[in-house]
Design a protein around this ligand. Structure first.
Ligand SMILES: *Cc1c(COP(=O)(O)O)cnc(C)c1O
Length: 401
């Protein structure tokens, strides 16, 4: 039986396979070890559901969780998740007091240090901070010239019992292009920054800089902890390499059912602007997913699988719907048999991929999954099949027919 059939019916579902998440966490942990794994669950776990993914990741051995915002980290705590959590992107309105009170680690790049210390002083609870160095990305992170004094300031506050420097970290700019030299420079700057901090007396628990592409391509970037987002969701960070080649299992399947189906004559215009006209008499099927569900409007040509066959979207993608041309005519009852059939936009191996939608959109797989909107029902399955399908255990292979 197709495991998707076990999912409760919904008009449009993003079905998340928690067994795939666990498989990917184990697989990436194996590659990263002895470094530990931080499961990055920002942006509602890239659209997969932060709580469900966080629990599955911890189950599979992730020792840390990561979010961009303190508000995202607080939501994990509110749900009862007690694992270490780091949040690294703040504004003057970020609630540092709530973060300290909830035992959330705070990434600091500069100005936040004073704000965090003020909150810790008031609470009389030391903050747990990770000092961020900008090794070349040019976003957050302390500039190299200021690093030594920044570390000194943090250590002075640590002496006063206002904080503890738990980690030192940075972020890579081009790890998804493994041949580029800049990663070597960034890693060199990171090692130097760690040495400066250690010489000044920082006794850190973790040094971390690797994201998914670096986990997969740069063992020298793993240090004590790797921060994994994309790979945990079973997607490849490298344009030329599929998830399957990397041993990853895509966790999300986006599916719906055909909402209308009809035979049309040659010359029938399709969707706003009438940019597509049927060349011959054919059958059109209506897929009730559009840009309000998160599929980019520009992604005409993107693949939809129905009945084991893939059909490209024709004409404009609208707010709520898109059309596929089944290319069949004169087959009595085609329209009736397709009405109500399952339509899958992307899923694991055997279905169209997130990468094909990224390509049709001129974007990247990260953006496709994180955009899937709140109008799409999230449901969760535990296929188990995902684990045996790509098992690295030769005995499991031998057991296959
Ligand atoms: C999002 C993010 C990650 C995860 O990156 P992936 O490429 O998805 O693994 C890691 N670190 C930081 C600082 C991030 O913002």
């Amino acid at each position: 039986m197709n495991y998707l059939e076990t999912v409760p019916a919904a008009e449009r579902s993003a079905v998340v396979d928690l067994a795939a998440i666990r498989h990917n966490v184990r697989h990436l942990s194996e590659i990263a070890k002895p470094a530990r794994l931080m499961a990055v669950v920002k942006a509602d776990a890239y659209g997969h559901g932060a709580l469900e993914v966080a629990r599955a990741a911890i189950d599979a051995g992730a020792s840390w969780l990561g979010t961009a915002h303190i508000s995202e980290a607080l939501a994990l705590r509110t749900a009862g998740i007690t694992a270490p959590v780091l949040a690294w992107l703040h504004t003057a309105d970020s609630d540092f007091s709530a973060a300290i009170a909830a035992n959330i680690d705070i990434g600091v790049s500069g100005w936040e240090l004073e704000a965090v210390v003020a909150a810790a002083r008031e609470l009389e609870v030391p903050a747990r901070v990770h000092l961020k160095i900008d090794t070349g990305l040019g976003r957050n992170g302390c500039p190299e010239e200021l690093w030594e004094s920044f570390v000194g300031a943090a250590l002075a506050y640590q002496e006063d019992g206002l904080l503890r420097v738990v980690g030192i970290f940075s972020h890579l700019a081009v790890a998804d292009e493994p041949r580029r030299q800049e990663t070597d420079q960034q890693l060199q700057r990171f090692r130097e920054a760690v040495a400066v901090a250690e010489d000044a007396g920082v006794d850190h628990e973790v040094r971390h800089i690797a994201n998914t592409p670096a986990v997969l391509s740069r063992p020298d970037s793993h240090f004590d902890l790797v921060r994994v987002g994309l790979g945990m969701f079973g997607l490849s960070p490298f344009p030329g390499q599929s998830a399957q080649e990397l041993g990853l299992v895509p966790a999300m399947t986006l599916k719906t059912t055909i909402a209308n189906c009809k035979e049309v004559p040659a010359g029938q215009g399709v969707s706003y602007g009438l940019h597509y006209r049927t060349a011959e008499p054919t059958t059109l099927a209506l897929v009730p997913v559009g840009y309000a569900d998160g599929i980019p409007r520009v992604a005409t040509g993107g693949p939809v699988m129905v009945d084991g066959e893939v059909f490209p979207v024709v004409g404009r993608i609208a707010m709520d719907q898109m059309v596929i041309d089944l290319g069949r005519t004169g087959v009595a009852g085609t329209a009736d048999t397709f009405l109500g059939k399952e339509a899958v936009l992307f899923g694991p191996s055997g279905y169209p991929s997130v990468d094909e939608w990224a390509q049709a959109s001129g974007s990247i797989n990260y953006e496709i999954i994180t955009r899937i909107s709140g109008r799409v029902t999230r449901s969760y399955i535990d296929s188990g099949a995902a684990e045996s399908a790509v098992s690295l255990d030769p005995d499991a292979e031998a057991a296959l027919p």
